[in-house]
Structures are given as structure tokens and as C-alpha cells.
Design a protein around this ligand. Structure first.
Ligand code: PMP
Length: 438
């Protein structure tokens, strides 16, 4: 007997009558996997409870933010105390200073400015890069997502290194014709585009380790190569750590490459974990670049709820609790789930590739590319979406909520304890067989 979804189905029907697709962010609608999205009524630790009363081990973690798990008692207490003091003043506050100090202490940025979403962070970073350099062109990689910023909702035109075409109706060609889209991990393409347009490029923006086409880590030295190429041409290197920041390691992806290799990005964007489950995001970087921002400099940027005291309190409390022990636990949980998933899929004869950066990982339902890895968007797109859909629904039935899309990272938290992990392990063999039969 499949799990009863009557309440979710009823809410979904009501939702669709008043909201496009019934959801406030497209991937939640289950379009990629089919079926009714589960409406979640509450969450605690590693578990979600839906409106029909079913429990699921959560491998979405709000698409990254819930590093400590849901309703962490100390985060909850800090937020309750903060709310009792009022929720927004439109003035500077203490928590935003302390969160900025924590971010500056952990990451390569010297100054940081808060915003409310990752989209705003990358949009603002690009404006600042253009304002600082006096140049207009932006370079990005196919398969990297930086939020729904017009200039970055671009797909590659035909051929390599052509100016981009809008990836969605509603974005004027004039917004994306200043964007160049390259294949990820492709040094030759980067060299070519800088050789041709280097003196017009304001910045190159990349996910620090892409997670939005599944996890496709930078090949060793790739980020350093990007940083050096930008420097040689007077362009800024913008590292988008919205997903990886404070997630893949204490210091984000930079802690896994830049710090050991001795280089820094010029600008970095953050979101997700640093908001502790509230709408908070940030961009930061070199002091001389950040000083170009209003009110110190001429580049305008602002926000009514930017640095909101509740969101920054949640983020600050989360980061203070995100100790080395937390990251060690996340590694352990991720490694256990990765190994068991690979074993189950292998036993069922399902082609797959597991890739990770730090504690963030994903499973591609595809054969490895020519070099044994998924290294760019073309490789990632060979994923067998039907096999993933069958796998996803079998896992859901067994009480494990994966991301409802084959192109997403799987997220774990400090609250994923033995019981939660065992629930995942128990569900895998049958789900792998369902994928094999799809
Ligand atoms: N950059 C990256 C790397 C992201 O993963 C996301 C969101 N998934 C964003 C930017 C946009 O963040 P938001 O959804 O908060 O606007």
C-alpha cells in the first residue's frame, strides 16, 4: 500500500488555484519526478513530517541551509529571544556585526555586505565588479546556477565562447549579450575567451564547486587557474559559495583549495547555511573593491531587510555551533550514504557516478564520461532522469526525501544520526532495483 497523500494532494490543488504550479520555487513541484509534492507540516533534527503524518529522513535540508538539522534547540532559543526584542528596525544592529566578523574570520573576504537571497548576492557582486572595473562583460560556466539574475540566466549559444542567449523568456537579449558562457573545467575555453575579450571582462563568476548540475568539483588547480587568469587581465574572480559556503567545510570550498594553494577570490557570495534557515545572504571580498559600494563609494546597493536581526541571529548561532566536530560528522554521514548508494546501484546494475566536494555530494544516474568523471554540464546531462524518478519515489515510499530532481546535491546535517542513516541504508536496495527496472 503506497503512503496516503490525501492532505498533500488537497493542499496542492488549493495551491495550484492561487500560485503558478502550486509552488514558490519551481523544483518543489515534482515536475522532474512526477507525483504530488509532500507538504511539510514540521521538521525536527533529520526528519520531516508531512501533513498526512508521514515521516521522512530529509536529504534536502532546505537545499542546503539546515547544516545543524531542523529546529536545533540553541538556534531556536536564540531566534525566540531575538524575536521578543522586535523583528526589524531598519537600523544597524549587533548581530549583523557579529555575523560579519564570523564570516570575515572564516573566509577570504575582508568586508561583507548582507542581502536577503543568494540571487541578490550574485546580482550585487556583478554590479560591483562592473562598477569597480568599468567593464561590462561577464564570464560564467554552463551548468552553474547563480540565482535568477537576468544576466546569469543565460545559456550558451551555438559553438564555444559565443555571447549567450537568454535561458528564459522575459530576459532581454541585451541582458545576456554581455555574458559569455563556457564549458566547466575547460581551461582552453577560458584562455581563448580572455585572449579575445580580456580587456572588456569585468568578472568571471563560478560556483566554487558546482552543485547545481549535480556535484561537479573543479579539477585540481582549476579555481587557482581562474583566479590567476582574471588577475592577468584585470578582471575580478567572483566565487559563488552560496551553496558550498560553510557547508563543504568550515571555510567553504576556499578552505579546500584556495587556502592551501595560497590564493583568494576577489569577491565571494554566500547564502544558505549563513542564514540558518532564514532569508540571509551576503557578498564580500577585497576591501578596495567593497569600498566602492554605497555609502562609501558610487556603486549603489541596498535592502530594507538586509542584515535582518532575526536572520543574522539564526545564522550567527548556526555558524558558532558549526564546529570541526560537526564537519567530521557530516563527512562520516556523507561517506556512509555515498558508499551504500553506490553499492546498492552497483548490485542492481544501474550505471552511476558518485561525486563529492567536502561534505557535499550527489549521485549521477549515468555512465562516467570519457575520463571516468562527470566534469561538465554536457556529461551531467547524460543522466537517466527516468531511472532517477523511479529511485526517488521508491526512496520516498520508504521514508527518505531526496531532492526531486536528478541534478541536485544531496544534503545531510549534524542531526543525521544512526537511526536516520539506517533508514536511508535500508531503503536503498529496493530503490536501486526500481531504478534498474525503469
Ligand atoms: N548561487 C548558488 C550556487 C546557488 O546554489 C543558489 C541557490 N540554489 C543561488 C546562488 C541563489 O540563491 P537564492 O535561491 O537564495 O536566491
Amino acid at each position: 500500500m503506497p503512503r496516503e497523500t490525501r492532505e498533500s494532494a488537497a493542499l496542492f490543488e488549493r495551491a495550484r488555484a492561487v500560485t503558478p504550479g502550486g509552488v514558490n520555487s519551481p523544483v518543489r513541484a515534482f515536475n522532474a519526478v512526477g507525483g504530488t509534492p509532500r507538504f511539510i507540516a514540521s521538521a525536527r533534527g533529520a526528519w520531516l513530517t508531512d501533513v498526512d503524518g508521514h515521516e521522512y529522513v530529509d536529504l534536502i535540508c532546505s537545499w542546503g541551509p539546515m547544516l545543524l538539522g531542523h529546529a536545533h534547540p540553541e538556534v531556536e532559543a536564540a531566534v525566540r529571544e531575538a524575536i521578543a526584542r522586535g523583528t526589524s528596525y531598519g537600523t544597524p544592529t549587533r548581530p549583523e556585526v557579529e555575523l560579519a566578523e564570523e564570516i570575515v574570520a572564516r573566509t577570504p573576504v575582508e568586508r561583507v555586505r548582507f542581502v536577503s537571497s543568494g540571487t541578490e548576492a550574485t546580482m550585487s557582486a556583478i554590479r560591483l565588479a562592473r562598477g569597480f572595473t568599468g567593464r561590462d562583460l561577464v564570464v560564467k560556466f554552463a551548468g552553474c546556477y547563480h540565482g535568477h539574475v537576468d544576466a546569469l540566466l543565460a545559456s550558451a549559444g551555438s559553438g564555444l565562447a559565443t555571447f549567450a542567449v537568454p535561458g528564459t523568456p522575459g530576459v532581454p537579449a541585451s541582458s545576456t549579450e554581455l555574458t559569455l558562457v563556457l564549458p566547466y573545467n575547460d581551461r582552453a575555453a577560458v584562455e581563448k575567451v580572455f585572449a579575445e575579450h580580456g580587456d572588456r571582462i569585468a568578472c568571471l563568476v563560478t560556483e566554487a564547486s558546482p552543485g547545481n548540475m549535480g556535484v561537479v568539483p573543479p579539477e585540481p588547480g582549476f579555481n587557482r587557474f581562474l583566479a590567476e587568469t582574471c588577475r592577468q587581465h584585470g578582471a575580478l574572480f567572483v566565487s559563488d559559495e552560496v551553496m558550498t559556503g560553510f557547508r563543504v567545510s568550515r571555510e567553504g570550498q576556499w578552505g579546500l583549495d584556495g587556502k592551501t594553494e595560497g590564493w583568494r577570490p576577489d569577491l565571494v557570495t554566500f547564502g544558505k547555511v549563513m542564514g540558518g534557515g532564514f532569508p540571509a545572504a551576503a557578498f564580500g571580498g577585497r576591501a578596495d573593491v567593497m569600498h566602492q559600494l554605497a555609502p562609501e563609494g558610487p556603486v549603489y546597493q541596498a535592502g530594507t531587510l538586509s542584515g535582518n536581526p532575526i536572520a543574522t541571529t539564526a545564522g550567527l548561532t548556526t555558524l558558532r555551533l558549526a564546529t570541526d566536530a560537526v564537519y567530521a560528522h557530516l563527512h562520516h554521514v556523507a561517506d556512509t550514504i555515498k558508499a551504500a548508494t553506490s553499492e546498492a546501484l552497483g548490485a542492481a546494475g544501474v550505471p552511476h557516478v558518485v561525486q563529492a566536494t567536502g561534505t557535499m555530494f550527489s549521485v549521477f544516474f549515468t555512465d562516467a564520461g570519457p575520463d571516468g568523471a562527470v566534469r561538465d554540464f554536457d556529461d551531467a546531462q547524460r543522466t537517466d532522469s527516468a531511472a532517477y524518478a523511479a529511485f526517488f519515489h521508491a526512496m520516498l515510499e520508504a521514508g527518505v526525501h531526496l531532492p526531486p530532481s536528478a541534478y541536485e546535491a544531496w544534503f545531510v546535517s549534524a542531526a543525521h544520526d544512526d537511526r536516520a542513516v539506517q533508514t536511508v541504508l535500508d531503503a536503498l536496495p529496493a530503490a536501486a532495483r526500481a531504478a534498474a527496472a525503469a
